[in-house]
Design a protein around this ligand. Structure first.
Ligand code: PLP
Length: 449
């Protein structure tokens, strides 16, 4: 059979494709179609070349079209394209679990595979609840999330998440017993912080308030992102996560780090936990683990949590949970290829080394009309724009579209622009990304601009 990539048929597709997290009617009147990608650049159907400012959706740190990944993917598809993960396994999945565990913070040793960040979060929540039950503390059913947190779109994830637009339509079917910590952002106290703000560790004390309200004996876990990515790169204040850790430990509450964005190098360390010096009990990952080429996610649990499940007759299933595609061989193979490249090319070290270039470039935009705040941590940064009166989100949409005309693909949520460039970027590319973004922001001065 001829190999065909089916690159035509866009207009027919526009009639049938319901895009996720997208203003569908606007998109279909103003379609934006990507044709191909190589390295740190996309090429649009009309030939425009775009610097991939957000590494896909935070998931392609190595850039696109890496020949080693393509080759491994083909070879694995020819060798073992699929095998169930229930009651049987295969070498590539097993060896990948060992490799992920070896990269994880010390003491986090057991890897449970999923296919996305959302599934990882729901899995971590279920693990936390079932863990306490197995210890004879089944009354610990509450999960504490955080305002403006993003934990995907599963029922667990939207319940513990704190982004109102993702929650409000589903209020009647939310998970019971969930409460939220306040988020750590305060423009008044931390605008234009470089790296971790020094204000805000005290916001962790609210966990003590929730413990006093609900009693620790009803709380199973706290889940937070070490860096709040989707809400617009909200950086943890110095000492905040450690304080959460201390309070959790004091009350027997599990701490879950959702590292779907920060896992695999975004903060210049294997996991964000390492960068902030705090060890969670459960850690979720996805995205960068396979460089976005094949979907994969997972949860890494402490040995103690794993051992707690390992009771009863040896032939009994200990955790009634899993996915048809858990530990998919293609994903595991691409995961190995991704880590091979990261190691060989020293890309996590490179991400750390690029951080000052991004920080300096982005903060040079301070003072630009329409910019209310700029923040950065790791190889991630965000700019808050002043919304156009009565039209929230429109200014950022205009910047997004003008950026496309100027060779940048950025991400926007509300009136915040986020960037998280690939680790293969050069300092010059980061400088030019920031400069162009500044010019674009300056050029968007009215809703019709
Ligand atoms: C911290 C965090 N958790 C979970 C998710 C959900 O991941 P997915 O879209 O793969 O389900 C995301 C996605 O951006 C995320 O940033």
């Amino acid at each position: 059979m001829n190999v065909q990539l089916h690159n035509s048929g866009v207009s027919e597709g526009l009639r049938h494709y319901w895009l996720p997290f997208t203003a569908n009617r606007y998109f279909k009147r103003h379609p934006k179609i990507i044709a191909s990608a190589k390295g740190a650049y996309f090429t649009m159907e009309d030939g425009r070349r775009l610097f991939d400012c957000l590494s896909g959706l935070w998931c392609c740190p190595l850039g696109h079209g890496h020949p080693h990944i393509a080759e491994v993917l083909k070879r694995q598809a020819e060798t073992l394209d699929y095998a169930t993960a229930f009651q049987i396994s295969n070498p590539v999945t097993l060896s990948f679990a060992a490799r992920v565990a070896a990269m994880a913070p010390k003491g986090l040793d057991q890897v449970f595979f999923t296919n996305s960040g959302s599934e990882s979060v729901d899995t971590a929540i279920k693990l936390a609840i079932a863990y306490h039950r197995a210890r004879g503390e089944g009354q610990r059913f509450r999960i504490i999330g955080r305002e403006r947190g993003y934990h995907g779109v599963g029922m667990g994830g939207i319940s513990v998440g704190g982004m109102v637009a993702n929650r409000k339509a589903f209020a009647p079917i939310m998970m019971p017993g969930v409460d939220h910590l306040p988020d750590t952002y305060s423009r008044e106290h931390m605008a234009f912080s470089r790296g971790q703000p020094t204000w805000g560790a005290h916001r962790a004390n609210d966990l003590e308030r929730l413990v006093a309200l609900h009693d620790a004996s009803t709380i199973a876990a706290v889940i937070v992102e070490p860096l709040q990515g989707s809400a617009g790169v909200i950086v943890p204040p110095v000492g905040y996560l450690q304080r959460l850790r201390d309070i959790c430990s004091r009350h027997g509450i599990l701490l879950i780090f959702d590292e779907v964005i920060t896992g695999f190098g975004r903060l210049g360390t294997n996991f964000g936990a390492e960068r902030v010096g705090v060890r969670p009990d459960l850690l979720t990952f996805a995205k960068g683990v396979t460089n976005g080429t094949v979907p994969m996610g997972g949860v890494i649990a402490s040995q103690e949590i794993y051992e707690t499940f390992m009771t009863g007759p040896e032939e009994s299933v200990e955790f009634f949970h899993g996915y048809t595609y858990s530990g998919h061989p293609l994903a595991a193979a691409v995961g190995h290829a991704t880590l091979d490249i990261m190691e060989k090319e020293g890309l996590i070290v490179r991400a750390r080394a690029l951080e000052p270039a991004l920080e300096n470039g982005i903060h040079a935009l301070r003072g630009t009309t329409g910019i209310l705040d700029i923040r950065n941590f790791g190889l991630a940064a965000a700019i808050d724009l002043e919304p156009f009166e009565g039209r929230p989100g429109l200014r950022a949409l205009r910047v997004f579209e003008r950026a496309l005309d100027n060779g940048l693909l950025v991400r926007f949520t509300g009136d915040t622009i986020a960037v998280g460039p690939p680790f293969i970027s050069t300092k010059q590319e980061l400088a030019s990304m920031c400069e162009t973004l500044g010019n674009v922001i300056r050029s968007v001065t009215s809703p019709d601009a």
